[in-house]
Design a protein around this ligand. Structure first.
Ligand code: C5P
Length: 402
């Protein structure tokens, strides 16, 4: 799990967006983190102590003056315990206090003692957000080396107006927390990833495609982004998004449709890539001619034939162009003679590693959230991974390349 073993302290101040924080805590815990909560008194007007205690599995720290209980020095011990503090929502009031070193409640005293990374997600009415005092507080806090300040989002606000001031979505905060907690082992590296299926047009309304959903390729992109890489994702049509990663990492997404589009986009990004991971399920054949009008069924017609031409093998082309310092990784999805076929592709395409997917295993392959793969290397060695989430598979693949 991507946040396994991490200690996260969630600080909640008194804004309406506080009602979303139990979901943030749930997702952080689902990713493996241990989560404790500190709130201002006003926060508990929007979300109950019992809810926070139940989802976090810990007592909630709200009263710095409750001296005769186990929380009496928690404003000192919690910052020591935490690997990361997330303050969400951060109101205009709490931003102003934190920027000026005011420590007069459980949240601000804890923040004042926090020397490790802090992620702040402000949320307030547009006029409060735009006020000089708030802007100055945000700018002051943003300069501190341990602080990552998320921008407010544009949209409908609880007060009924539309403008800037919404707290970032919970998925964005989770992605930012993951980013803050991951060592930047790919900093300065350019990674090119292909993902998803291609669509080969028969006529303006029909195409040939395959069952790839893009989940493995997008998981690889996330694994590289959280490690600080500069990622270019060439993606076939997928119902997936990396929007939550886009605001704090260098990410270029190039959407393509056909194998020919994917070839062009991948080839032009390859020259500057340090690592290229070709995860897309590229069509091997494409209709030789695409009809300009919808093909009509003729009266009495009982069959139809589509003449197909082989597409260019992107992996093999890049394998020929590969420079010594570049790393090229491919995937192989096999239904029989798996190891033999994968080894042959590893060599013929001049890859540095091939990831063998088997359709034989339940929970592996297209559309699932899990995968069971074998990693094969040119020196003949191989590594069998158990059935794990595609995010964990992605981490394992990347760890082999660093
Ligand atoms: O030969 P096969 O299609 O099984 O090889 C799979 C590997 O080759 C994958 O990494 C896939 O992304 C890549 N490939 C490609 N261009 C093609 C076909 C496959 O890059 N036209």
């Amino acid at each position: 799990m991507r946040l396994a073993g991490k200690h996260i302290l969630v600080g909640i101040s008194g804004g309406i967006a506080a009602y979303k924080i139990p979901e943030l805590i749930r997702l952080l815990k689902k990713a493996g983190a241990d989560v404790q909560v500190v709130t201002t008194k006003n926060a508990l007007e929007f979300v109950t102590n019992l809810t926070l205690q139940t989802v976090s599995g810990h007592k909630v720290y709200t009263d710095v003056f409750a001296a005769i209980n186990e929380h009496s020095t928690e404003h000192i011990s919690l910052p020591d315990w935490a690997d990361l503090m997330i303050i969400a929502p951060a109101t205009a009031n709490i931003l102003g206090k934190m920027a000026h070193g005011i420590a007069d409640d459980a949240l601000t005293t804890t923040f004042a003692a926090m020397r490790k990374p802090v992620l702040i997600a402000p949320a307030m009415n547009t006029n409060m957000y735009e006020s000089p005092a708030t802007q100055q507080a945000i700018s002051t806090l943003s300069q501190w080396s341990n602080i990552s300040m998320l921008d407010c989002a544009q949209g409908e606000l609880a007060c009924g107006t539309i403008g800037k001031g919404r707290m970032q979505e919970i998925d964005t905060i989770v992605a930012a927390a993951t980013y803050a907690l991951t060592p930047k082992t790919l900093l300065g590296k350019r990674v090119l990833i292909t993902a998803g299926p291609t669509q080969e047009a028969i006529d303006p309304v029909r195409y040939i495609t395959n069952a790839s959903t893009g989940k493995m390729g997008y998981a690889l992109a996330k694994a590289c982004l959280k490690k600080g890489a500069d990622v270019t994702l060439v993606t076939g049509p997928c119902n997936l998004s990396l929007q939550e990663w886009q605001r704090f990492t260098p990410l270029t997404i190039i959407p393509v449709t056909s194998a020919a589009n994917m070839y062009e986009a991948t080839l032009s990004a390859f020259a500057t890539a340090d690592i290229s991971i070709l995860c897309a399920a590229v069509a091997d054949f494409t209709p030789t001619h695409t009809a300009t009008q919808k093909i009509k069924k003729q009266p009495g017609q009982s069959s139809m034939t589509i003449d197909m031409t082989c597409t260019i093998d992107i992996a093999a082309t890049l394998g020929q162009q590969k420079r010594k310092e570049q790393t090229l990784v491919g995937f192989a999805l096999e239904t029989h003679d798996e190891l033999k076929n994968a080894q042959r592709k590893l060599q013929s395409k001049n890859l540095d590693m091939i990831v063998l997917n088997s359709l034989q295993d339940a929970g592996a392959g297209f559309g699932t959230d899990t995968n069971k793969v074998t990693l094969l290397f040119p020196d003949g060695t191989q590594k069998n991974l158990p059935l794990i989430s595609k995010e964990e598979v992605a981490d394992e693949i990347i760890n082999q390349l660093i």
